[in-house]
Design a protein around this ligand. Structure first.
Ligand code: MOS
Length: 698
């Protein structure tokens, strides 16, 4: 047919950009729905308790109130796979902020007012909400998330560490972090002739539809979940969340469509958060900084409801060479909300600890920290022994050093002043696994020469829709303006979530397959004509992924390097990040415009993590003290000065038909360490407990 159109690799603005900035893009609670009612949750004011009684009389007497749901009268749910979704079923409170009742009313205002009038009588029990390394309940989970082994050991760490000329042994701590996407979690649910239709803000409506079908005992075909536009997620929307389940329960109860939008404050207890971590890193090296021994022992938390075991220490397993190595994970189950994914769950806090420790080792050895990482480059995976499909960490470090002007750096610590500011620079490595998940896609040729391509992808603001459109055009070998792309609807067929930096590789794989099969079908048509009704194929990558897993001898990761320049005010301790640069090796880049946005977005979250963010839990009340954006500080525009991202050309044939590695998460891996390392260079103060607040520097 025609030559490839070359859409992939070309900068493109988002297809839905105009709709978004003009306010016509519809989010989950913006679809006009007749007779819609509004729900407002009542949250527990205690941490751990039995509920004796719920008194809803006053709430029910409020004008406009239609119903109040609690464990006694709520519709029964039929699946306990995710205890966080088994809502309003039992008179038990497992964390402060848990939804204990739900008010449904004609208006949002009435629902909210009446929610404040529901009286809940509790028998409270003692609680434990603070993670420490001495927590008596610490245990070894069977696996950690993403199926990784809990512990690994290669060689003899203790002997290797003991014999090392230079040793680093420190504990690093990261606090809880809250995802806070711009659009809070929200849903509209509508029952129509036994079918459930939900508009929901999520990162994967196939997963949400499956969960709803099980919870409400429906056939999979009886649930449709639409998520056409989603205002961010950062992982917190990777699982179905309470709004869609509660809205569906309420809609059944009042026999009307129901809308539920969480507030910013609700998010802090109801949609997961990044677990706090306590991490001990030990590095043993020769005087030249070559690692002989590496150990990373990580402690994190989960709730009493479910085991969420974050893979904090897996980052180091595939990163740097050392013959003797050990990694462990231990978990405490506390009376807290269940933690969940937040951008690079595991790799993000884990890389803060390891990339900080490497900086400490570089200083102890008197070796430049870029050079130290290059000296410890791994040619095969240090634990699994397998080759990398491509590994360009060194290229990223070198290219970053060149662009950043690293060679002019004076390693002396705490000596570089510009007026009342101390200036310093820091570096850190980065990596993130390159994976894909099974998905389906359809491609249709129309008699007018246009094409319709559909895949149940979710665009959480990343530019996924645009990237898939570019991919489809090239796979069809036509100009992009002949292609329409549809996403964000579970009726389009099963597809992977927008998570794990796997969106483009997963959905794009299915799109390429469907488009390729359509081209074959078109070629087989008599005189290449598209029949009147159009020609349509559906492709599923389940078998392709299984086949790849069978034959794959490779470990697949994206790599990167972060460089930061900070200045620290000598009077106030204020830290400003004047310059930040990330250089990445991520396979093929589909859309340079949105890829750059992903990278600098991740780096911005890294700066935010380094300097601002901290979930503070008051152990007396088991609740987050800071639970809005006035008190939970994040990096804002004024906190970001010069920030830039580059990528090196990388052609990796061992990934997927597109050669993409995924770009959503690597920007936050290592970037907080680069900032903290720069703070040390500026001031001589090593902050091992984030965030780097000014009082820690004075
Ligand atoms: Mo990302 S935290 O895997 O959605």
């Amino acid at each position: 047919m025609t030559a490839p159109a070359g859409a992939v690799g070309t900068p493109r603005v988002r297809l839905e950009g105009r709709e978004k900035v003009t306010g016509t893009a519809r989010y989950a609670v913006e679809y006009p729905v007749d007779r819609v009612a509004y729900a407002w949750p009542v949250q527990s004011t205690v941490v751990r308790a039995q509920i004796n009684r719920v008194d809803a009389d006053t709430a029910l007497a409020t004008a406009g109130v239609l119903s109040v749901l609690w464990y006694d009268n709520a519709p029964r749910l039929h699946d306990e796979t995710d205890p966080d979704l088994f809502l309003l079923q039992r008179p038990e409170v497992r964390f402060r902020g848990q939804v204990v009742a739900l008010v449904v009313a004609e208006t949002l205002e009435a629902a909210r007012e009446a929610a404040g009038l529901v009286r809940v009588d509790y028998d409270t029990l003692p609680h434990s909400t603070v993670l420490t390394e001495r927590h008596p309940g610490l245990y070894k989970p069977e696996k950690v998330n993403a199926g990784y082994p809990t512990d690994t050991a290669i060689g003899d760490f203790d002997a290797g560490f003991e014999a090392a000329e230079v040793r680093v042994d420190h504990v690093y701590r990261t606090p809880a972090y809250h995802n806070n996407p711009m659009e809070p979690h929200a849903a509209t649910a509508h029952w129509l002739d036994g079918r459930l239709l939900a508009y929901d803000s999520n990162q994967g409506s196939s997963r949400v539809a499956q969960a709803l079908a099980k919870l409400f005992s429906l056939s999979p075909g009886a649930v449709r979940v639409i998520a056409e536009h989603v205002g961010g997620g950062f992982g917190s929307k990777g699982n179905p969340r309470c709004p869609v389940v509660l809205a569906a329960m309420a809609a059944r109860q009042v026999d009307r469509p129901v809308r539920l939008a969480l507030t910013r404050q609700h998010l802090f207890s109801l949609v997961g958060y990044r677990t706090p971590t306590i991490q001990r890193v030990r590095l043993g090296a020769d005087a030249d900084g070559r690692l002989a021994a590496f150990a990373h022992d990580a402690i994190s938390q989960s709730s009493t409801m479910t085991e969420f075991a974050e893979q904090t220490a897996t980052y180091g397993r595939g990163m740097y060479a050392a013959p003797h190595r050990r990694t462990t994970h231990r978990l405490a189950r506390l009376d807290v909300p269940t933690p969940f994914w937040m951008r690079a769950p595991g790799e993000c806090p884990g890389s803060f600890a390891l990339e900080s420790a490497l900086d400490e080792l570089a200083i102890a050895c008197g070796v430049d920290p870029v050079e130290l990482r290059i000296r410890n480059e791994a040619t095969t995976d240090p634990e699994e022994g397998r080759p990398y499909s491509t590994r360009n960490l060194v290229a990223c470090l070198r290219e970053g050093a060149r662009r950043f002007g690293w060679s002019e750096r004076d390693p002396a610590v705490g000596l570089h002043r510009q007026g009342r500011w101390l200036v310093g620079t820091g570096v850190a490595g980065a990596s993130y696994p390159a994976r894909a998940g099974a998905s389906t896609a359809t491609a249709q040729a129309n008699p007018d020469g246009s094409y319709d391509v559909a895949v149940n992808a979710t665009d959480i603001g990343t530019g996924a829709r645009t990237a898939l459109w570019q991919i489809a055009a090239d796979a069809l070998g036509v100009a992009p303006d002949r292609v329409r792309i549809r996403i964000g609807d579970s009726d389009l067929g099963m597809a992977y979530v927008a998570g794990g930096s796997m969106g483009t590789s997963s959905w794009g794989w299915a799109v390429v397959k469907a488009c390729g099969q359509l081209r074959d079908r078109l070629r087989a048509q008599p005189d290449g004509r598209v029949p009147d009704g159009g020609l349509r194929v559906r492709a599923d990558t389940t078998d392709d992924l299984a086949a790849q897993a069978e034959r794959a001898p490779y470990n697949r990761y994206a790599f990167g390097a972060h460089f930061a320049e900070v200045r620290v005010n000598v009077d106030s301790g204020e830290v400003r990040v004047g310059r930040m640069l990330g250089v990445y090796a991520v396979g093929r880049v589909v859309n340079p415009t949105t890829a750059r946005a992903q990278f600098i977005g991740g780096m911005t979250m890294g700066i935010s993590m380094a300097l601002h963010e901290e979930g503070l839990l008051d152990s007396r009340f088991g609740d987050w003290v800071n639970h809005d954006l006035a008190t939970y500080h994040i990096a804002a525009n004024a906190d970001i000065e010069s920030i830039d991202a580059h990528w090196i050309d990388e052609d990796d044939p061992h990934l997927n038909p597109l050669g993409v590695k995924g770009i959503g998460e690597i920007g936050i891996v290592g970037s907080a360490a680069a900032v903290a390392n720069a703070v040390h260079h500026a001031t001589g103060v090593r902050v091992r407990e984030l965030p780097v607040r000014l009082e820690k520097l004075l």
